[in-house]
Design a protein around this ligand. Sequence first.
Ligand code: HAM
Length: 418
Amino acid sequence: MYKAPRGTVDILPAEQAYYWYVETQAAEMCRRYGYGRIETPVFEEAGLFVRTIGQGTDIVEKETYTFKDRSDQEMTLRPEGTAPVCRAYIEHGMQALPQPVKLYYFASIFRYERPQKGRYRQHHQFGVEAIGESDPALDSEVIEMAWNFYAILGLNDLALYINSIGCRECRPSYIKKLKKYYSSHIDELCPQCKIRYERNPLRLLDCKEPSCQDLVDAAPKSEAGLCPECKQHFKEVLGNLKIMKVPCKKNHRLVRGLDYYTRTVFEIQPMAGGGAQSALGGGGRYDNLIEELGGKPTPAIGFAVGIDRIVLTLKEQGVELPSSEDQGIYVAYAGEKAKAEAIRLTAEMRTAGIPVHIGFGNKSLKSQMRQANNLGVSFAFIFGDDEVAKGTVVYKDMSGGDQWEVEISEVISLLTQG
Ligand code: HAM
């Protein structure tokens, strides 16, 4: 028997109500903030991700699904949404549009991770990218939007963490300082951090190993190493967030797992914590990414949220979804002529926009009514050969059990005019 590949899930109709809720709320919110939807391919040239996410990152080193296509080109299943959107921004000359260009997406994301609750090999993100503006007011707007999204969904007890990791001018000297600090503690580091020390020192701050925690706590903070421009930028972002009453906490450990970030980075997590797979969303500025991909220097910022983790949290927090969709009408029949008329009227009702279920397989009326009950419909139309000969049908209220005989020719107007 085949099963869904390890780390992937089937999202069945009962779950879809949650995904539909999250996605419709996201799209409606994007409309209010002026974002247009974009869709990029599920796979891209492998180099796009190596160049942007970074060679020394977990994603590129261990997690990409990379394969050669039939023309021997290296392709990678999208392990994140930002680089493809930037590639599309350059490719379609979007720098000629009024800036910032604001784009949002829903995307399947592929990372070969160790599967566990809330961590999958194929997950789903809702993301936004605002490209072409360096004003800290855009940072705060994007962060406020992310924070607002969880409130719109009805989620509680979340924390917003923020940090600034500087720019390409000031970060090298901060990293030097960080390495100098760690150089006298190499023997105390966990095996993973020994590698990070060589390859990606900023990620030392992100370590979750208990033995490394005291070292991380005492490490030099990136905020202290910011150049005057980055310092001012961070100050304004924090000031705006205060004005907008967005409660954020500075967290000097927050560095994020992708190399393209500059200046502002942020993450949203449940207050109770919960380890590496607990982030419900995150993002930040990436002012050099477009240039690194061959475009003109173009500042940008964005975030993405894990829809699957949001669905888990909605369930954990017992958030009730708006009342489920109307299940519509059930059409039952007994007899050959009755079935033909039932089929005809079902098609007519659907054309008129009414959701309809019809019984299949010439089952008894009793079993058709049982199915109507199980489906949770409000009303049923019951066709019998005798009624059809008279041009009538029985209309039954499934909650109260009352029933009436109505003219078949009046059914559509009865349903559409209430
Ligand atoms: P990220 O933090 O790697 O950022 O992913 C965004 C969110 O996707 C995470 O906060 C988490 O909720 C969810 N997520 C990540 N990995 C998994 C997984 N294996 N299973 C389930 N959910 C997961 C990015 O991808 C950036 N592109 C965000 C961004 C947009 N930065 C700027 N613009």
